[in-house]
Each structure stands twice: as C-alpha cells, then as structure tokens.
Design a protein around this ligand. Structure first.
Ligand code: B1M
Length: 636
C-alpha cells in the first residue's frame, strides 16, 4: 500500500495495512539547513527527499509564507487575503478599492481607500526575522481600530473576487504522487469570526471588540461570509482531496462558547459541502483542547491535525483516541518535545512509544505525526526510531493492552465545580456587580456616586472591587470563566482605579508592587503574557509590558533602570526557554539578581525548569501568576 492510499484509508475510517507516519519536517529543516546542522548524509537534500529516503510519508501544511510567486500574494497578510502555491485560488480587489503602499526598512504600510471610507495596516518582516527563521509577518498596525473601520473592511470583503488558480497546486500534487496527500490551504481561519480574531485585531483586543462593537462585528462577519463561500466553491471544484481549514484551536483562545457559536457552523458547512464532493476537511488542532473535546468531535471536521497530547497539553493520547476516533481521524499524537533530549530521556521516549501503540489500538483513523511539527533541535535518530517501530510493529489492527502512562498526570476535569462565590457587600454591591459583569462605563459612575456619599476610596477598592476580581480569578482557574470575562473585568477594574486614584493617594493601597513582563527573544507568542499582565493589573499590581521577542540585554537594562519588584518572563517555545536562563545569568553578572524577583511561565515551562535556571517561581496560568506575585512581594 502506498503512503497516499494508507492516509486516505485512515481518513475514510477504513483499515490501512499499517499506521501511516507523516512527520512535519519544515521547521526542523529550515533551522538546521540554515545553521548547517542537517544530518551529514542529508546535507544537500530537501525535506521531502529526506522523508522519502527514510520511508516516511510527506506532510506539509504551512506554505513558505515568504516565498511567493508575486509580491501581492502575501502583501495583504494583515487582512488574511493570501495566495500561495498550496492554495487553489487567487484574489482580486474590486476596482473601486484603491491601494496605497509604503515600504520602509521591512515595514509595509497599506492604506485601502474604498467608497465607504479608508483603513490601513502595517506589517513588519525584517532581515533579522528572516535570519532567525521566522516566516510569519508581524502585524504592527491592525486594520480594526474603531467602530467605523468595520464597514470599510466589510466592503473590501464583500467585493473581493476569488478565482481559480490551481496550476501550482496541481504540480505539487503530482510531485508528491503516491508519497503523501497534499493539504490545500483554504485559510488559517475556520470562519469569518475566527478570521477577524486571527487577523484584524490584536489577539487580546479581540475580546474587547466583541463586547464593545458586537453589532459591527456581527455585520462584518456577515459580509465576510461570501469570501468563505467562494473558498468552499473553489476548493470543491479543485482536484484537492484534503483542505486545511483553520488553525490553532485552543480552549482559552477559541474558548468553548465562541468555538461552538462562531466556528463550528462554518466547519460543518465546509465539511458538508466538500464532503459531498468527496473531499475532507482538516483543522489544525494544535492547542489545549481539553475544553473543546466534544465540540471538535461533533463539529463535522474529518481530520483533527496537529493533535498534541500530554505532556504538552492536558489531554493524554488515549483520551483523544477514545473520544474522537469514532467520528474523525487523528493526525499527530507524538508531542514534539518527545524528540528533545533535554526534555525527555531515551527511556521515557521509548516508554511513550510503547504506550502510544497500545493507546491508539486498533489504530483505525490514526495518522502518526509530530505535533505540531518536528522542532529544530529534534534528535534525528528518534524520528528514525519511530519510523522503524511503525514499520515493524505498526501493522493494523494494533493490539490494545495494559500500558503505564509514564510521563503525564491524570487528566483534569474540563470544568470543576464553582470554587468561590462572591460574598456580596451591600454597600458596594453595584461596583462588585460591575466588576463581575465587566461594565467599565457603569463602574465609573457608581464609584463617583459612592465617593459623593462619603464612602472611603480604600473601602471601595478593597471591599468592593478587589473581592469581585478575586472571584473572577478563581472562576478562571476552575474553568468556569474564560478569557473574555477576565479581560472585561480587569478592564472595568482599571477604569475604576483611575477614578479612585486621586482619592487613594497617601494610602498604602495604591499599588501592590511593580511587575515588568516580556516574552523572551525569538518568541512572538503574546496572548498568555497579556492575560497575565491583565490579571495582575486587575488585582492592583503596577505592570509594565516589555513586549515580545525581548533580548536578554533589554530585560536586564529594564531592571537596572526601573528597578521593578518582579521581572516576569514568558516563553511558549522549547527553543526559546533557554533565553530565560540567559536573562537570569545576565542579571547575576550585572549584580542585579538580588534586587529583583524573577517569575517564569508559558506552556512548556514547569516548576523544575524554573528551579533549575534559578528563577524565584513558576506560574502555570494567570491566576497562579497573581498568587505567585503576591508571595514574591511578601518576600521582598
Ligand atoms: Co504557536 N506554538 N507557534 N502560535 N501556538 C505553540 C506554543 C505550540 C505548543 C503548538 C504545538 O506544538 N501544539 C508550539 C510550540 C512547541 C514547543 O516548542 N514546545 C508552537 C509552535 C511550534 C509555533 C511556531 C514555531 C509554528 C511555526 O511557525 N511552524 C510559530 C512560532 C512563532 C514564534 O514565536 N517565533 C508559532 C506561531 C503561533 C501563532 C502566531 C500562529 C499563534 C500566536 C499568536 C499570538 O500569541 N499573538 C500561536 C498559537 C496561538 C499557539 C497555541 C495554539 C496557543 C498559545 C496560546 O496563546 N494559548 C500553542 C499551543 C499550546 O500552547 N498548547 C502554540 C493561550 C494562552 C492564554 O495560553 O500562552 O499558555 P498560554 O499562557 C498561559 C500560561 O502558559 C501562563 O499563563 C497564561 C494564561 O493562563 N503563562 C504565564 C504564560 N506566560 C506566563 C508568564 C508568567 C506566568 C504565567 O510569568 C511571567
């Protein structure tokens, strides 16, 4: 059986002869080709040649974002209107949409002038980013800044024409032949609302926009439906068999209520229409999916790709297989850190493989892959080892059997019972309610009213607002509240503190301490960092956001100049975690280490790592970050 037949059988829910194995090599390849560290015998090969030589199926989902056929193909990144060799469509703006493009030192500012108004975006892609192996653009200016921008963007999308352009896709398909199945890229967003979230606003501001401009956002999503319908039509008419439909599902970012209401209907629509044409819809489920397990299973998607189990997320691989394999095909299952010697020993690696082969028995609807992709520092021999094991022991049906999950804890519940209810304080009931509801306008009025009546600012803050914020933090911790609630409550707190501030002067309560936080060098993930900042701010800390991709010397300089009580470091990539140590070592060298407490966090970080690098503490989430910051302040 060829790789292609095997993969298609797995997708259709039939039994292939053995488990398909299709590791994603692009990230690993680019990093090692650039640093000259590809395995000796593959020094001059492409990643497809390496996969072929090893007998693995070919797999690629992301286009090389910077390698385009013509400049305009990736020019409109900030609008998410893109065309690549891997897509089957091109696009054309309406003639009445005028573009003004200004480029300067890696920054591209585009103004879109339409009959209903103008909007602008700025993207950044510098030589330094290229050298660091970054392929995504950085959006410095998002298109939606205020309510009037919505209509303009709606106009652009309503009048955008997509057309068939699948020559390169056909060639790619031919090149792959029987060695894999090409996934054509529909888009990284699975629905209009998901598209707005991914491209049009800052990841954190999205939740504020949803609340503040709900009507405008609905209307925009409506206008964008035509864009998505055109994609479905063009993919449906193409020779692609599998379509990549949306990425980065995660129960915090695409939280359950949002996923169900604003994403699932479009996955279902695409899957229904394309399914009738014999095509399969694949979604990139690379995030934490504990809270989305049933929603994803019932969404209609045919393939959940980049399935990343414990220990990188909370869901063990056997749980994924048990919950999903009746309805959809799992692609992934091998968390990328398994390939890293510094994270996982050879024994643990072997134990995981043993476990995996039993956990996914009988092996139907399973395509083995590295989730989400092979990391730059992967031990190549481990990939080879997986390939050998698949060949020798991967014949289907696999035999189930007792296994001992060695390297992950028991799966926590998706939602635990309420951990803390608010204790209402009659005098401050309204402001407590405003914080809980995230009503930043009402709270200011209510506070002014209370101050007029002679209430003490300190009491309003302490008995009214902070108690409510604590409840929100607890609810977030226990899975009852999601990002929007936390962000809106924290915003209400911040607005309220501004009204209270003049009256708080002189009291000890004005600030609980100063925390400076940044995402380390090489890392562009900022959603978690922003959430931590918001939650700290919400309970009264003064915070300074140092941004993303912050080099160690910049952290050190900031500590030297501003003398914060706490320095917070966030990292989401295994490859950038060592930067945390570089910062701590740098602080030591400069004699600053004793002057500041260092807390670290981010998905791949843990307690042990924090201790090993000499940090003062680790927090697993925003609520823990608040607890930790308080503890550290008590120690200063
Ligand atoms: Co990326 N990505 N990503 N990504 N991404 C991860 C992190 C990954 C785990 C996916 C996977 O493998 N399944 C993987 C890393 C693997 C690894 O190294 N261990 C990964 C990869 C590989 C990549 C790229 C390399 C992909 C590629 O190009 N091939 C690329 C790297 C770009 C770069 O940084 N140089 C990349 C890009 C992206 C997007 C741009 C598409 C997007 C980021 C958008 C943005 O941040 N503006 C993205 C996303 C969204 C994710 C996932 C799906 C979700 C991350 C997230 O925001 N979660 C993620 C999967 C995952 O984490 N399981 C993944 C929600 C957020 C609220 O949680 O950030 O964990 P989190 O923050 C939590 C805690 O960790 C903690 O509190 C927060 C709130 O509860 N916390 C702290 C965080 N910082 C803290 C600091 C503290 C204390 C607590 O004290 C200071």
């Amino acid at each position: 059986m060829t790789h292609r037949e095997r993969i298609l059988r797995a997708i259709r829910g039939e039994m292939p002869d053995r488990l398909p194995f299709a590791p994603r090599l692009d990230l690993w390849y680019t990093a090692n080709a650039q640093s000259g560290t590809l395995p000796e015998k593959y020094k001059t090969c492409s990643f497809d040649e390496i996969a072929r030589a090893e007998g693995w199926a070919l797999h690629k989902i992301n286009p090389e974002y910077q390698q385009v056929r013509k400049p305009e193909d990736n020019l409109h990144w900030a609008l998410g209107i893109l065309s690549y060799k891997e897509t089957v469509y091109g696009f054309k703006f309406s003639p009445d949409v005028e573009l003004e493009i200004k480029e300067n030192a890696g920054r591209t500012k585009i103004t879109y002038r339409t009959p209903v108004g103008s909007v602008s975006t700025t993207t950044v892609y510098t030589e330094e980013m290229r050298k660091a192996g970054v392929s995504n653009f950085w959006v410095d200016e998002h298109v939606l800044k205020g309510p009037k921008d919505y209509r303009v963007v709606g106009y652009i999308f309503e009048n955008l024409k997509l057309f068939r352009d699948d020559r390169d896709f056909l060639k790619w398909k031919e090149d792959i032949g029987e060695d894999g199945v090409p996934f054509t890229l529909a888009g990284r967003a699975a629905s209009p609302m998901h598209h707005i979230q991914k491209y049009f606003v800052d990841a954190t501001d999205f939740y504020f926009h949803c609340h503040d401009y709900a009507k405008e956002m609905r209307a925009l999503a409506e206008s964008m439906g035509k864009f998505f319908d055109q994609i479905i039509q063009l993919v449906g008419d193409s020779s692609a068999e599998v379509v990549y439909w949306g990425a980065n599902f995660d129960d915090l970012i695409t939280y359950p209520a949002f996923f169900e209401k604003d994403i699932v209907p479009w996955i279902r629509k695409a899957a229904d229409i394309l399914g009738r044409k014999g095509k399969y819809v694949s979604c990139h489920c690379d995030g934490e999916n504990l809270g989305l397990l049933d929603l994803i299973r019932d969404s209609g998607m045919h393939i959940a790709e980049a399935v990343t189990p414990a220990p990188m997320t909370k869901v063990p691989v056997e749980e994924y297989y048990r919950r999903w394999s009746d309805k959809l095909t799992l692609f992934g299952g091998i968390p990328s850190i398994l390939l890293l010697r510094e994270s996982i020993s050879d024994e643990e690696f072997e134990a995981y493989l043993e476990h995996l082969f039993k956990a996914v028995a009988p092996g139907k609807r399973m395509i083995l892959g590295i989730a989400d992709s092979t990391p730059p520092k992967a031990v190549f021999e481990r990939l080879v080892r997986i390939g050998e094991k698949v060949e020798k022991e991967g014949c289907l049906p696999l035999e189930a059997g007792a296994f001992r999950p060695l390297i992950h804890p028991a799966m926590p519940e998706a939602a635990k019972p309420l951990s803390r209810e608010i204790v209402w304080d009659e005098e401050f009931r309204q402001v407590q309610n405003d914080v809980l509801e995230g009503d930043h306008a009402a709270i200011q009025e209510h506070i002014r009213g209370l101050l007029k009546k002679g209430a003490k600012a300190e009491d309003i803050l302490k008995r009214g607002m902070l108690t409510a914020m604590e409840v929100i933090n607890e609810r977030f911790k226990s899975g009852e509240a999601f990002i929007p609630e936390v962000l809106l409550s924290a915003r209400a707190m911040n607005e309220a503190v501004r009204v209270l501030e003049p009256h708080l002067a002189g009291t000890q309560l004005a600030a609980k301490g100063q925390v400076m936080i940044g995402t380390v060098k090489g890392d562009l993930h900022d959603i978690g960092k922003n959430l931590v900042i918001t939650m700290l701010k919400g309970v009264g800390f003064e915070t300074v956001d140092l941004g993303i991709d912050v080099p160690a010397p910049a952290f050190i300089k900031a500590v030297e100049e501003h003398k914060p009580h706490i320095l917070g470091l966030s990292a989401l990539l295994t490859t950038t975690m060592p930067q945390m140590k570089a910062v701590i070592d740098g602080l030591k060298q400069k004699g600053l280490r004793d002057r500041v407490k260092v807390m670290v966090g981010g998905a791949p970080v843990n307690d042990k790592f924090a201790r090993d690098i000499g940090a003062d503490g680790y927090a697993a989430d925003g609520a823990e970050a608040v607890t930790l910051a308080r503890k550290l302040m008590a120690e200063t």
